[in-house]
Design a protein around this ligand. Structure first.
Ligand SMILES: Nc1ncnc2c1ncn2[C@@H]1O[C@H](COP(=O)(O)OP(=O)(O)O)[C@@H](O)[C@H]1O
Ligand SMILES: [Mg+2]
Ligand SMILES: [Zn+2]
Length: 332
């Protein structure tokens, strides 16, 4: 994992925070319960005692150590059972006094057995993505500020369907993609002219997915390929490139009209690798399908059209509409 010290420190700090929060919460619950049910406090003291006695036996005990340890083990189990019973009798869940770790597998230590726990991997991905997204306009866009009334409630003379109805479907597809990101198994291709809300929806998805604790990288295609090219020709570690391949969700916005052979090659590798790893991505562009095929070649085009869910954007440039609404005092 080529994460630098800064990313590692941020991730482990968050683990530590989870751990101490879990312990504090546990202490709080204990204080409350021990007040109400003093027998529980006595059981905890007795449990601690059996532990100490067992340790003493192991270190210094002569005679029948094995038998004594077994007896202590039985006492311990009986105390635990009594505690569970007492809790249930009083209407509490029987595990209420256990520390409620964010990740039970590693008890928020980040390591399960000899290996790095998935929860620490996820935090590392998230923190690496935060660094990668520094300075992007991510926080500015949400589903809430997406307004369907900007799309004509007619076929607009140009199409044989109602544009607003169509965009309503696009909008709800994006919302469910974000809400059910855990199960996302497809990628999205957003096509349409400029100013129709592609970036707005892509960033809204990004924010909703980040909120669920996933690592998301968003940038324009040009920036992404430029950073990858810098890493490719520089002597630095390929941290950004690694995250582009590895993050939970990658958003490549505005595939441009012209792309260098390096960009085209990178795009092909990104799409292939992420498809193999079942990691979703969102690609957006102002290009038409024909232009996409002509600029990016058959092998990229066939994957984008064949494997991605196609979301076509229609309507009139919303940047212009907003300016007009403003100068009309709010009316359309
Ligand atoms: N449905 C919408 N509701 C509110 N604002 C929108 C909507 N669609 C686009 N916008 C705004 O219009 C501007 C252009 O939209 P953008 O998403 O950048 O278009 P695109 O990426 O398709 O070129 C942005 O400021 C965006 O916030
Ligand atoms: Mg855009
Ligand atoms: Zn864990």
């Amino acid at each position: 994992m080529p994460y630098d010290a800064e990313v590692f420190a941020a991730a482990t700090a968050r683990l530590e925070q989870r751990r101490s929060q879990a312990h504090e919460e546990n202490e709080r619950i204990k204080r409350q319960l021990y007040n109400k049910l003093p027998r529980l406090a006595a059981i905890e003291r007795e449990l601690a005692n059996t532990g100490v006695t067992a340790a003493r036996e192991i270190i210094g005990g002569g005679g029948d150590t094995k038998g004594k340890i077994e007896k202590l083990r039985q006492e311990n189990l009986a105390l635990q059972a009594e505690r569970a019973e007492l809790l249930v009798e009083n209407g509490y869940p029987q595990g209420l006094l256990d520390v409620n770790y964010f990740c039970q597998k590693c008890k928020d230590t980040g390591y399960a057995g000899d290996s790095v726990c998935d929860c620490l991997r996820a935090l590392l991905r998230e923190e690496a993505c935060k660094v990668a997204n520094a300075g992007s306009p991510l926080p500015l866009f949400t589903f809430d500020s997406f307004d369907l009334s900007y799309y004509p409630d007619t076929s607009d003379g140009k199409y044989d369907f109602n544009v607003r109805w169509h965009m309503e479907k696009v909008f709800s597809h994006c919302k469910s993609f974000a809400a059910e990101f855990k199960h996302a198994d497809t990628s999205l291709l957003m096509l349409g002219k400029t100013g129709l809300g592609k970036t707005h929806l892509a960033l809204s998805i990004a924010n909703a997915v980040i909120e669920q604790g996933y690592g998301v990288i968003y940038d324009t295609a040009q920036n992404i390929f430029m950073k990858m090219e810098d890493e490719n020709y520089g002597r630095t570690e390929k941290k950004y490139t690694f995250s582009v391949f590895d993050c939970d969700l990658l958003i490549i916005d505005e595939l441009p009209d012209f792309a260098s052979p390096f960009s085209i090659n990178s795009l092909y590798n990104i799409i292939n690798t992420r498809m193999l790893r079942k990691l979703p991505m969102i690609v957006s562009t102002n290009l038409t399908e024909n232009e996409l095929a002509a600029r990016y070649g058959e092998r990229i085009f066939s994957r984008l059209i064949g494997q991605f869910t196609l979301l076509k954007f229609f309507g009139n440039d919303i940047r212009q509409l907003k300016l007009r609404r403003r100068s009309n005092g709010g009316a359309i």
